[in-house]
Ligand binder design. Structure first.
Ligand code: SAJ
Length: 477
């Protein structure tokens, strides 16, 4: 029988499973459960010490996710009370389903070796394979190295089940594109990339996702093209940030203001000539941009082995972009050190107020924060670092102060690392009085302050991309 015939015999999708009750799987399961023609959705969660607690929480209709997620709790209450969504650790229930999606994270063990940690994801895939039945659809939603769906995922499913992908069951990749704080809206409104290992699998996966989409539409393609789309869309964002970061470093070296140049270039608008000018800053953190480039690189090295035509001895532009973005905390360190020298203060023993530990403005997310390598450089030189972040109360091994005034009190340097809105109201005179220094240093990593206002108060100013101000004359007050 062809896969098409097997699926026709299975009939329309009615019962769905979602593996991985995280910030991707929970909203996906809740939205599936809210589709009238879907009768039952199981959320599969290992009853492990670290996250088994989610099972009971979710079955009470409560979300275990941190931070505000508009509409999610109400939706969970609705689908759990209607018994349309049930969270369970009993993976054998997979055997009774029509479709299963897998949203289990794939962090990197070691970025430079391009070695992602697929262990959790592959355990999930193995669990699906154990209970896989003919006519089922399996969809990987996690961000994965191009070649994974048609490669190790397909092999694992076939070995565990004895079934054949593309013959007995459908297999696809539909990458998640959600951002915390707008999970439900993103799933409903973003276009959904759906990539099957064959046309029939793509069609079946389209059938699964279409009812969930409101403004978004399905964009069908091959599984590998879907994997490249996901990793490359973040690679390109990282590249755009690296491009403006490099321009900022050039402008500092040439003594000009990168924001004047940015405004100038950005004025070239319309008719397809617009430039993608993002914002220079103290660095790039998070769990997307810091890893997806390496997934893409690993993919082309494996799948494209021996086939890639590329300028000899030139590094990957994308990995170079990663290195430029990862350099920005070092640049912030050098700006800090240079400014302290101008203020006649040695880095050793100096007190530095580090404002912002989250990797993103107005967020509590600290994954891969660029503030951490910056702090490490300072601590290695014997500086005393006082960290403040209005959204982050603690972080392993990093003492935090609850009030920004405590960080600034008696500080030799004040460094803005995350663009939290609370830092927009900082007043130079207050900061100077709190620091108690004649020439306190201020380093602006997010273009948050007006240099002149601080220079006039006797501050030693440094800012990313502010070559026009970084060599300013000292003002005696
Ligand atoms: N950053 C800059 N300059 C910029 C933009 C960002 O330095 O112009 C820095 C931020 O400070 C942060 C890092 O880059 O440290 C990442 O910022 P981000 O806005 O890209 O936020 P992420 O990492 O949460 O990216 C996610 C991605 N979403 C998914 O993978 C589903 C990304 O594809 C989205 O484009 C991004 O959110 C978004 O636009 O919100």
């Amino acid at each position: 029988m062809t896969l098409d015939a097997v699926l026709k015999e299975k009939g329309p999708i009615k019962k769905i499973g979602v593996l991985g009750m995280g910030y991707v799987g929970i909203p996906a399961a809740a939205l599936f459960a809210d589709v009238p023609q879907y009768e039952r959705v199981y959320g599969f969660q290992r009853d492990s010490a670290s996250s088994g607690y989610k099972i009971a929480m979710l079955n009470r209709g409560e979300s275990p996710l941190k931070g505000e997620e508009p509409g999610l709790e109400e939706l969970l209450q609705k689908v759990t009370s209607a018994q349309k969504f049930i969270c369970t650790a009993d993976f054998s229930k997979i055997a009774e389903l029509d479709a299963v999606t897998i949203s289990i994270q794939t962090p990197f063990l070691n970025k430079e070796d391009l070695l992602p940690d697929f262990s959790a994801l592959m355990e999930g895939v193995k669990n699906v394979g154990l209970y896989l039945q003919p006519g089922m659809l399996v969809v990987l939603e996690s961000t994965i190295t191009p070649g994974t769906t048609i490669g190790i995922a397909r092999e694992l499913l076939e070995n565990e089940s004895g079934l054949k992908a593309g013959v007995d069951f459908a297999l696809a990749h539909a990458p998640e594109r959600v951002m915390v704080g707008r999970l439900l809206r993103n799933i409903r409104e973003h276009d959904r990339i759906v990539g099957g290992i064959d046309e029939v699998s793509t069609q079946r996966a389209t059938e699964l996702y279409a009812p969930v989409l409101t403004r978004g539409k399905v964009i069908p393609m091959s599984a590998t093209a879907a994997e490249v789309t996901k990793t490359a869309e973040n690679t390109f964002r990282d590249l755009q940030i690296a491009a403006i970061n490099e321009l900022a470093l050039y402008c500092e070296a040439m003594g000009i203001n990168v924001y004047d140049v940015r405004t100038g270039i950005d004025s070239l608008k319309g008719e397809g000539i617009t430039r993608a000018m993002l914002w220079p800053g103290a660095g790039v953190g998070g769990h997307c941009l810091t890893k997806d480039t390496y997934h893409l690189e690993r993919g082309v090295r494996q799948l494209g082995k021996g086939m890639l035509d590329y300028p000899a001895d030139e590094p990957s532009l994308y990995v170079l972009a990663r290195h430029i973005n990862d350099f920005m905390p070092t640049h912030m360190f050098r700006l800090t050190k240079g400014a302290l020298q101008r203020a006649g203060v040695s880095l050793k023993g100096a007190k530095i107020a580090l404002l912002g530990w989250a990797f993103l403005a107005n967020s509590d997310d600290t994954r891969n924060t660029p503030s951490e390598p910056y702090r490490d450089l300072l601590v290695n030189e014997g500086a005393i670092v006082s960290v403040h972040d209005p959204y982050v109360a603690d972080y392993p091994g990093v003492p935090m102060v609850p009030f920004v005034e405590e960080a600034i009190e008696n500080a030799d340097a004040i460094v803005i690392f995350a663009g939290h809105h609370q830092y927009r109201t900082l007043k130079p005179l207050e900061l100077k009085q709190l620091s108690g220094k004649k020439h306190p240093v201020i380093v602006d990593g997010r273009n948050f302050i007006d240099p002149d206002v601080y220079i006039r108060e006797g501050f030693v100013y440094k800012g990313i991309g502010r070559g026009d101000k970084n060599g300013h004359a000292m003002v005696e007050r």
